[in-house]
Design a protein around this ligand. Structure first.
Ligand code: SAM
Length: 337
């Protein structure tokens, strides 16, 4: 048997120490990367993440657009998902896109590569020449709108015929979502989480989306989606730091699925703000006793707060028919408490 000389022992020890050092460095590096990627974004963003289409063995990878991405933390997190092909992180503010760019630096390159930062108003950057590839070759499967007021949602999704300086008129049928743009982008799902989630504008927005018919889907050879509309597939309420957040996920739906016309006429009032109340899964599940205890308490808490502002709004209304409408809304809300 060969005897180990002291020199050999020192050599082996030094080599193992160097190896151990590199292993530790590598695992710290990988650990911090995966920690960064798997960082918990909190209940508000987690709710949005939970409404994204799930990866499936046969499902193709998806493209997502995060409009008003700001810091792009949500965009980066979505890009880290295996079934996500790319995320278009758009914001009207150059400053926001600059800070998003800085934030992205700390992510691994395979995630950074999947996030496309675009500056511009609403959907415009997606339609612009530089990214027209989306129209020709790809599609935006999911559109995310969060952290903006409902007014901005209307401006981004609805026909540009509305004058942004005008207040939203809850009492007139809305002009509808600009389906041509959504169709050209191939959007199949819209996830929205407005802030603030004021009851009337939010219901008016939901009513507008649900009453919009889409035309034929871009890129499809058959007539898939022709004459289809939108369905409010799921909805949730969360209370974070004393504030309520309502997250709603609309999906493109064929025309034979339940639509506005199928709702019991007793709850169909003429205004968009009320006719869709029963189409809100939160409202429907609440009146049918299907909400989990915690969510039910959160929803009731939200409605009670909204009732205060609805009553205040009623005081400021002069027209009889509008007063009648708001009374109906108040009655419907109270009936669910
Ligand atoms: C409060 S931040 C919300 C960020 C993030 N989406 C969230 O939910 O926390 C709102 C962002 O929307 C952007 N924004 C507002 N109006 C917009 C518009 N019309 N088009 C694109 N971005 C817009 C603002 O610049 C801002 O960065």
């Amino acid at each position: 048997m060969m005897k180990s000389t002291p020199l050999k022992i020192i050599n082996v020890t030094l080599t193992s120490m160097v190896c151990a050092y590199w292993i530790i460095c590598l695992s710290v590096l990988l650990g911090s990367h995966s920690q960064l990627v798997k960082r918990d974004l909190g209940p508000r963003f987690n709710r949005i993440l939970s409404m994204l289409p799930k990866a499936g063995p046969t499902s193709r990878s998806i493209n997502v657009a995060d409009i008003g991405c700001d810091h792009a933390l949500l965009s980066a997190h979505i890009a880290s998902m295996h079934h996500v092909n790319c995320v278009y992180a758009c914001d009207i503010s150059e400053k926001a896109i600059y800070s998003a760019k800085q934030n992205l630096q700390s992510y691994p390159s395979h995630i950074k590569k999947k996030v496309h930062l675009l500056v511009g108003d609403g959907l415009h950057p997606l339609l612009s020449h530089s990214s027209s590839k989306i129209i020709q070759e790809e599609q935006i499967d999911v559109l995310i709108l969060s952290g903006m007021g409902v007014r901005s949602f209307f401006d981004i999704l609805c026909d540009s015929s509305t004058d942004p300086s005008q207040k939203i008129d809850y009492w007139n049928p809305m002009q509808g979502v600009d389906t041509k743009v959504l169709d050209s982008l191939g959007v199949n799902r819209i996830i929205c989480q407005p802030w603030p989630p004021n009851f009337l504008p939010l219901q008016a927005f939901i009513g507008t989306v649900l009453s919009s018919k889409t035309s034929s889907r871009r890129g499809s050879n058959n007539n898939e989606g022709s004459g289809s509309g939108w369905r409010l597939e799921c909805q949730a309420v969360d209370k974070v730091a004393g504030c309520h957040y309502i997250t709603s996920s609309f999906v493109r739906t064929p025309n034979d699925s339940p639509s506005m016309e199928n709702i019991d006429n007793s709850v169909v009032v003429t205004t968009p703000g009320t006719f869709c109340l029963e189409m809100n899964p939160l409202y429907y599940n609440s009146i049918t006793g299907q909400l989990e205890e915690e969510e039910s308490a959160c929803w009731q808490d939200y409605l009670n707060k909204q009732l205060v502002s609805l009553e205040r709004k009623k005081q400021g209304i002069n027209g009889n028919s509008e007063k009648y409408d708001i009374d109906n809304i108040i009655k419907l809300v109270k009936a669910s408490l």
